[in-house]
Unconditional design. Structure first.
Length: 218
């Protein structure tokens, strides 16, 4: 179906690179050519960070410079549409750096309070895009039972671990016996949140958990 207003809307709200904010040229797909060249891409093998309860923690990008700005736009400037590009990059990373099969994709959920304030769950959108690209089902398995402070505002690893301790649980009726699960979040810093969620998934029977994020901090 033809949308007569589409060309006008494209002029008023042109597509922009989620990392640097520059208006995209017609031939640029998802991000600008400059960011494609200069972003801090994680080289093959470098992304295999260890997180408790996870077989691997994979990411296509390092969390700095334009990547940090891109995540901020995605989460705090109504940039939900960026999940298509970000999720596709994550799916490519998974295919490149994880050779074993998986059964499903799930995500680290927001608290109800933060979900109401933001209007969307950024990790869920990423997980659903990863599932779309890989053909894996994207399945809700976790809930956040209490609101916590933003991990980015806590300076030490111990503080971050204490902040999320006991905050997550599996949804009622979730059964993961023998399942190989891809656990998605936007950024991995200390890994405390991913470790808490992985422990819940393992307690529900998951045979293996692989963490997958858009970016990771060194």
């Amino acid at each position: 179906m033809i949308r007569p207003l589409a060309p006008l809307l494209a002029l008023v709200y042109p597509a922009r690179c989620p990392f640097c904010g520059r208006v995209l040229e017609r031939w640029e797909d998802g991000m600008c050519d400059t960011c494609q060249r200069v972003l801090p891409w994680v080289e093959p093998g470098e992304a295999q960070r260890q997180v408790d309860g996870c077989a691997r923690c994979l990411a296509p990008l390092w969390y700095r410079d334009e990547v940090r700005e891109g995540v901020r736009r995605y989460k705090f400037q109504h940039g939900r549409g960026h999940s298509r590009l970000f999720g596709a990059l994550m799916a490519q990373c998974l295919a490149r750096d994880w050779a074993e099969p998986a059964d499903l994709v799930t995500w680290v959920p927001l608290s109800r309070k933060r979900l109401r304030a933001r209007g969307y769950d950024q990790a869920e959108l990423l997980a659903r895009r990863v599932g779309e690209v890989t053909g894996l089902p994207a399945v809700p398995t976790l809930e956040k039972r209490r609101h916590t402070r933003a991990q980015s505002r806590l300076g030490t690893e111990g503080a971050r671990q204490a902040n999320v301790a006991g905050a997550y649980a599996c949804l009622p009726g979730v059964e993961l016996s023998g399942k190989r699960v891809v656990l998605v979040d936007d950024v991995a810093t200390s890994g405390a949140t991913l470790a808490q969620c992985a422990a819940c998934l393992r307690a529900a029977g998951a045979a293996r958990v692989v963490a997958l994020t858009l970016a990771r901090a060194k």
